[in-house]
Ligand binder design. Sequence first.
Ligand SMILES: [Ca+2]
Ligand SMILES: [Ca+2]
Ligand SMILES: [Ca+2]
Length: 288
Amino acid sequence: MTKSFTIILILFVSFIVHGQDTTPTVHSFVYNGRTYEVIETAIPWAEAAELAVSRGGKLAEINSQEEQEAIYNAISNMPLDFSQVEWESSLWLGANDINEEGVWIWDGDNDGTGTQFFQQGEIISTTNPPAPGNAVDGLYNNWGASLDFPSSIEPDNYGDQDALAITLIQWGSGEPGQWNDIWTFLKQFPIIEYPALKVPTDIENNLKVESTVTVYPNPTEDYIHIENHYTEIQTLTIYSNLGEIVRQVQPKQSKSIQVDISNLITGNYILKITTIDQKSTIKKIIKK
Ligand SMILES: [Ca+2]
Ligand SMILES: [Ca+2]
Ligand SMILES: [Ca+2]
């Protein structure tokens, strides 16, 4: 057996998706050179797949023990608030047996087609768990199988369950991190995977503006000059180290501003420059 060494890099980034009143938190991490996200919005399985596709990805499809462990480690360390989800501490993955009962396919984009990875066992009666199922073509699976009740295993199609979730706590039929088939209409958080590294839109926008903004002198005692070479500045906000707004300026659409900060106490401040096209740049400034 050949052993392949995979470099696993996991890092967390959390940011807010800008919207109207609903601003779900997006938690992202990287495994094996690709970005994954958990979006803290509780929605049914099909909506979760639609959201994933609209963001350029699909609901996560787990194809190996390494990927399983990376995802489980990442999501179990996220500060997720599960109070709004309907099936406790469970998140959507990209598989279902909607087309044909017991035929489990990876279909994270919900286009109705995908590779079958598991054949569910025969269901003898609605009050008994099904017979053990089988992996198809040796493909990876991690269905719930409780140590306390080894005869009770997932997928059990309990009351017609057709969508795949990963559960972070122990339940009647499984251990934390194992998989469960649950009802498609339940509202859970999606886990999205992308085909490559994904720069969050907000950061991407910031990077585009970043190179065009000049702030000087820095450190400064009295005045700070901000110049944006291409786009006019709409709002300039100065935050203290504690995140409090200490100054806000709305120039009449100028590319160049001078702000008097002589009355601010000595220390580090954060400068946020928002241009008229709603892109923001963050700069650290030092008041002498
Ligand atoms: Ca598909
Ligand atoms: Ca089912
Ligand atoms: Ca189940």
